[in-house]
Design a protein around this ligand. Sequence first.
Ligand SMILES: O=C(O)Cc1cc(O)ccc1O
Ligand SMILES: [Fe+2]
Length: 441
Amino acid sequence: MQIMATPFLTLNHIAFHVTNGAALLQELVNKFQFHLFAVRVTETTRQFAVKKGSAVFLVNERPKLGVATAQQKARQEGRLGLIQECTDLSCIPFNHALPIVCPGLDLLYDVCTSCSVDTASNVSFEVEDVDRLYRRLHACGCQILIPPTGVKDDSGCVIYCVIKSIVGNIYHTFIDRSRYTGEFLPGFQVIDSPAMASGLAEITHFDHVTYACPQGSSSQVLKWYEKCFGFQRFQLHQEENAEDGYIISGDGVGLRLTAMQYWTCSKVALSLPLPRKQSDCRFVLAESLPGQGRNQVDTFLEQHGGAGIQHVALYTPDIIAAVRTFCCTGVQFVTPPPAYYTETGKEEEIRAAGQDPQLLSQLGVLLDTDVSMKGEGRGCQGMVERRHLMQIFTKPIFSEETFFLELIQRQGASGFGEGNIRALWQAVQAFIDQKEREQSN
Ligand SMILES: O=C(O)Cc1cc(O)ccc1O
Ligand SMILES: [Fe+2]
């Protein structure tokens, strides 16, 4: 059997499909302080690109029903591809020099999914050779939604293709941008919105993306990503088992986590281990364990209409400053169980990490410690090494109990800690249970 080369991937953006693009845009810009930098508005489609550090979200607005029909009609009449001038830009929350002129009518770099609820559904990568990857994916039996397609504007051209993953409504767009000098992608108008003062709530990159998966599906998903994109298994915790993943159960928690990561050019060229680059984002598969009652993973699957992206973790070098800022801008976070901060040894653990236990508890930020032996077996005396990890989850971003964001700050720890996973699970569960109680009253 021919061994296929691993494609070199870099994360480009994560895309949403929503009914009201302006509402999500406002949330990302006004609350999370993302910077709106590129827009594409046609008669039928609105696409907004926002960024903070290297984390880029693309907000795709689902065409309204009547508009979708107009689009079909335009296609039949051969009008698609005409230049459309767009004047209705009231959705963009800034003053800027427009009008924008957008080629074509259709959504670019993505496909309209059948998913009827708001969703984050596309993880898009930059690749070196879309055509070669396309042939490889085709040979692997992948469902190709858009074969290699070129788009150009004054700053050059890109080639992209879109494929469907085997997980729910998750798609991947692969883009070769090597012949493009513009800020984002052809077809988008780069806009000059006032740069937000990002100082206090710095986000540098996407740390990980977590998929909510049906029970028993994780190993198949992992195999698919290994086979198609050369992803590698990544160990989240020392106690993780190669077969079963990392299982956290008891005290109302019933979760199985498995993680995977992709290869970037530098890792392949120099061979691992290398420090993580800011573009290296990991993927976590979360499934519930059998035999438990209602739980957040199954609630996601129900309300989302199947598997999908449950959350995206944004990396911040200063989680305290970020949470303080985001609380003022109106971001809502789930509340950890109060007992978390009073557990035996927690206060000392927080102090040993150089943090203030009272402040962490006030803000609802969780801190875990990864303890390992350093230098053992190399002729020198073993030394205990403590690495820390701080996390917090937002409440769901849409009206369903589905997608949310996470803030994460790592101080040496590269995986996840059990204490945090339990507390995060319990915090999300308490929020869902409370909401359900309110709705049934
Ligand atoms: O953070 C993660 O990626 C995994 C995760 C998922 C979940 O539903 C609850 C807690 C948790 O840590
Ligand atoms: Fe997470």
